[in-house]
Design a protein around this ligand. Structure first.
Ligand code: LFR
Length: 476
């Protein structure tokens, strides 16, 4: 019998969550989806909140199903949690929630966003300190608003845990802040792996709420309180889903691949030993998020397939299954390329009541024709996102002084032929798409490294690359 290591990834996204069981044997990872469930935030009295009780319940259901799927006598060696970025809970010393968990699309940060946006010197200082631009969802703006709105919170809360940190605590009983998720906050020092006192002071956030972040691979302890999981290690993987997705990229060791994790957001970036900072980087909204080992992932957040998801809501003819999606993409491919593309950075696209109305308004303002049907809009959106990806690539090349030879794409958009081809055409380099559950695979890869079953992430990528199905789109 080969030696098999079983690990589970709890991988929580803003619109769906899953628990994936990984089996590693003979340098090959086999995945089983133990459980998948929808996620959404709920609006109460004008504010948006996550339903953490339901998420925890679903995570436990998934873990139990993962254990039930193990062969007789096998044990789950470890479990790791990753989630979307920036969201957090405030707890007391016993881990009790002392403030409701808001969702990052809640509008309570708008005033702070504008205030910081209008004070150029302060924004430049915060960017120099944290490497994170001014974005509406930043934890910094969220916490600034909580402290201002509810000063008593400073006494009630003793710890700020990001969502992966909180689920790790529920599993292991240990409170720790993990580095990659901390790096999404705009509160981490860009030159060290500790918090930025300048940023915490600027936003008036109590520094005692945070502990020095741990690196990915830290063992937090055994799962407690769940008899089925006795002995299973809780491992702090990169808590940020995008950091996990990037770790799963079968990248060339030469470091000349650009990465896109394509889903609701298009997360375009690369790996670097140094951050990309300065006025041009701030203007290009480059986020210097962190890799699990402490290095950097300079990244631009292009609006992504949120545009297409939003548009579909406005069409009765919207696709409802994989076959219909393929049909829509094929119809869009047959259309002529649009004469002019959308400005995808238009803030009107971030959360409009109707995406179609928002797109039409931009086109009319620019005196451009409005597409006739959903296929026409799909063509316009994919070509425009391809251009957005290429623009991000060129900005990185200029600022980091390097050339990218390929673009690697994972996530939902990697299955979208039109988007992959549009990206290759606009960027002038091949796009390589992988059929890969990037976030869950990166989560499990980090557990295997922590368990010393795999030497390091580079070795994992080599093994993964040898077994993965890939499709290459050459620039037309
Ligand atoms: C993707 C993601 C992005 C982050 C956004 C908000 O799931 O983590 O990286 O910018 O969600 O947190």
């Amino acid at each position: 019998m080969p030696q098999i290591t079983y690990s589970a990834a709890i991988d929580l996204g803003a619109t769906s969550g899953r628990v994936i069981l990984g089996a590693w044997a003979k340098n090959r990872l086999t995945l089983t989806e133990a459980h998948r469930f929808p996620n959404t935030f709920r609006t109460l009295g004008g504010h948006d909140y996550w339903d953490l009780g339901t998420l925890w319940h679903e995570a436990l259901t998934g873990l139990r199903q993962a254990v039930a799927a193990l062969p007789r006598g096998a044990k789950l060696a470890s479990v790791g949690v990753d989630t979307w970025g920036v969201d957090y809970v405030l707890v007391d010393d016993t881990g009790r929630l002392v403030f409701p968990a808001h969702a990052y699309r809640d509008s309570r940060t708008q005033a702070g966003l504008q205030r910081l946006g209008n004070t150029r010197a302060a924004l430049a200082r915060i960017y120099a300190a944290t490497g994170i631009p001014n974005v509406f969802y930043n934890t910094s703006l969220q916490l600034e608003e909580v402290v201002a709105h509810c000063p008593a919170i400073e006494d009630a809360a003793t710890h700020c845990l990001f969502l992966p940190d909180y689920f790790n605590f529920l599993l292991s009983g240990r409170m720790a802040n993990e580095l990659t998720i901390a790096s999404t906050s705009q509160l981490l020092d860009v030159h060290s792996t500790d918090w930025s006192r300048a940023a915490l002071d600027h936003f008036r956030i109590p520094p005692q709420w945070f502990s020095k972040p741990v690196l990915a691979g830290t063992k937090l302890g055994r799962v407690h309180g769940l008899p089925e999981l006795t002995g299973t290690q809780v491992i702090a993987v990169p808590g940020h889903d995008t950091a996990c997705a990037y770790d799963a990229m079968p990248a060339s060791p030469a470091g000349d691949d650009l990465y896109i994790s394509s889903g609701t957001w298009s997360l375009v970036g690369f790996e670097s030993a140094t951050p990309v900072l300065g006025a041009d980087a701030l203007a290009a909204r480059i986020s210097n998020e962190r890799i699990g080992d402490g290095r950097y992932r300079p990244l631009t957040n292009v609006i992504g397939l949120w545009l297409l998801e939003g548009l579909c809501k406005d069409f009765a003819s919207r696709p409802c299954n994989d076959r219909e999606w393929t049909g829509l993409i094929a119809a869009a491919e047959k259309l002529p390329a649009p004469a002019a593309l959308l400005d995808v950075a238009d803030p009107a696209f971030s959360n409009p009541p109707s995406m179609k109305v928002a797109i039409d308004a931009q086109l009319k303002r620019r005196k451009l024709p409005v597409p006739r049907n959903l296929a026409g809009y799909t063509r316009l959106v994919c070509d425009s996102l391809g251009r957005g990806h290429a623009d991000a690539m060129r900005a990185f090349e200029k600022m980091a002084g390097k050339k990218f030879r390929r673009i690697l794409i994972v996530g939902g958009g990697s299955k979208n032929r039109l988007l992959c081809q549009a990206t290759a055409n606009a960027a002038g380099v091949p796009v390589v798409s992988f059929a890969l559950e990037g976030t869950a695979v990166g989560n499990i890869a980090n557990q295997l490294v922590a368990l010393r079953v795999v030497k390091d992430i580079a070795t994992f990528r080599q093994h993964l690359g040898a077994t993965l199905q890939q499709k290459v789109y050459s620039p037309a």
